[in-house]
Design a protein. Sequence first.
Length: 331
Amino acid sequence: MTQISSRAVRIDQNGGPEQLKLVTVMVGEPGPGEIRIRHKAVGLNYIDMYQRAGMYPLPLPLQLGMEASGVVEAVGAGVTHLQVGDRAAYASQPPGSYCEVRVMPAKCVCKLPDAISFETGAAMMLKGLTAQYLLSRTQPQGGLKAGDFVLFHAAAGGVGLIACQWAKAMGLQLIGTAGSDEKCALAKEHGAAFVINYAKEDFVARVKEITGGKGVKVVYDSVGKDTFTKSLDCVSPFGLVANFGNASGKVEPLDINVLAGKGSLYVSRPTLFTHIATRETTQAMADELFAMVTSGKVTIRIDQRFALEDVQEAHRSLEARKTTGCTILTL
């Protein structure tokens, strides 16, 4: 069996960015339902930090990374939607994208349209598919229609900037929060109808002011501990709070009776990987994402690029919330 050497980033124990080690691994041939892909660029995401730190425990040693783009080098038995030489991109489990070459399940790998660059493909899959499932599939009772208010925390991040544009295309009035005036300006530039600097303003009071006291239909919250409880005070009766990340730490346990007193609220803890559990759903969601990007309704902003060997610095920047838009590793 052919073996190919590949540089890869691995952790042997959970901890800080210093645990990220650049190693050489040997990569074999794909088995049934698998492909071998040579990466052109790799996307970074907050989930990578959670897995590295042990917040989401996984077996060790662990090769990190959930999204990338590249060229298909080999195809295993039973894989019909990809061929050798195809340009491809993915957001997928198990982790392992921080590398030059890998063998992986083909199910969540999609052909990348020629109109989308490898860098954009690597940056957009996990974050773009997340924006898609939030706005299109994680909706409050009665759904969302043009003119509705939604609140989106961390609106200047990778998912946030995509969501600002996607919401505008849907006719929604997205209220975006961020931690600085510069980040707020970035969210506004990308389609947020209103912005709130939560380092300076009480976002609950500001949301009530913007919505004439009614609140929003849904809050999309990836910040977690620092924002979740206040997010419950931002929604109208029968509204939804969807917590999809923990950038500030894990949300405290919730007394479900609180939801009654605040207006018969709904709470969800969705994850992308439930939505892309089947090949058919993955492709349908990716097709919608590709259409938004190729039409120009959504542009993917890559504000940080790091070489694979500088992955520790990349993690430090992301954790310190020094980044905007998307961050990628270049190969």
